[in-house]
Design a binder for this molecule. Structure first.
Ligand SMILES: [Cu+2]
Length: 260
């Protein structure tokens, strides 16, 4: 247990990872927001005969009809409208851009060591990819393929606290930045084009997958045990289920998310 001797009060984050809490301190009228990893962090162990979790995520029923995005700026380049990508349904009804992850896993295989592991591209006045995930300690390369001024503005999805705000003034511009020091769900906006949106899940463990255009996911090398498996989608929200993993075996866990 970490003590906050100087903190007048402590707010506990309830939205996700168990190890996240926030100390909010007023010092001389200045709001300091500190994110602190508590003691129950992830431990790397050898996983020699782990199991695999696989499945497919679909929507229950049919996807709601969502009107195209009406372009309100730079129409000469971006066009008049853009198909709204909130629900991307692929082959056999698979739902793309769902983040599936193990909640409360405390030990397992090592995190990736490649420091530059993810990228976010401003392309045709949208972000690509829309949903992705990374681990603490990784970096992100933010770039533009567009000849219009974008800015990439990642925020904590719960507090809207700005992580950084980067102007991308020309086609070919690229910058690499560290991800935040603690796990969180990051919402990315472009302040110039309010319809642009992306989501980055940042975890302190490597047991997650983002569904592709077939809605499928695979999570490998899971130590035997029973876990809570969560599927998150930006509009449908979260659904979870218990999943028991046996050594060397594959367990199937399919999700149906309720469209909202
Ligand atoms: Cu933009």
């Amino acid at each position: 247990m970490i003590e906050f001797a100087a903190a007048p009060y402590l707010l506990k984050a309830s939205y996700k990872p168990r190890l996240l809490s926030r100390a909010v301190t007023f010092v001389g009228g200045t709001l300091l927001l500190a994110q602190l990893a508590l003691a129950e962090s992830y431990t790397v162990v050898a996983v020699s005969n782990g199991g695999t979790i696989q499945g497919v995520v679909k929507l229950a029923g049919t996807a709601p009809t969502i009107a195209p995005i009406v372009v309100t700026k730079n129409q000469d380049y971006c066009g008049e409208s853009i198909p709204n990508p909130v629900y991307v349904i692929g082959k056999d009804g698979g739902l793309q851009n769902v983040e599936v992850y193990l909640k409360d896993i405390t030990k397992g295989k090592a995190l990736p060591t490649d420091p530059v592991a993810i990228s976010l591209v401003n392309s045709h006045c949208m972000f690509r990819p829309r949903v992705q995930a990374a681990t603490v300690g990784q970096q992100i390369t933010i770039s533009s393929e567009d000849p219009v001024l974008h800015n990439t503005h990642p925020q904590n999805s719960e507090t809207n606290a700005t992580i950084y705000n980067i102007a991308l003034p020309y086609k070919g511009f690229s910058v690499t930045k560290p991800l935040p020091a603690t796990p969180e769900l990051i919402k990315v906006k472009c302040d110039a084009h309010e319809w642009m949106r992306a989501w980055i899940w940042e975890f302190d463990h490597p047991y997650f997958a983002t569904t592709g255009d077939d809605g499928r996911f695979t999570i490998k090398d899971v130590p035997p045990g029973t876990y809570t498996l969560v599927a998150w989608q930006e509009a449908a929200g979260e659904k979870s289920m218990p999943v028991t993993v046996a050594a060397g075996k594959t367990v199937t866990a399919d999700f149906q998310l309720e469209p909202k």
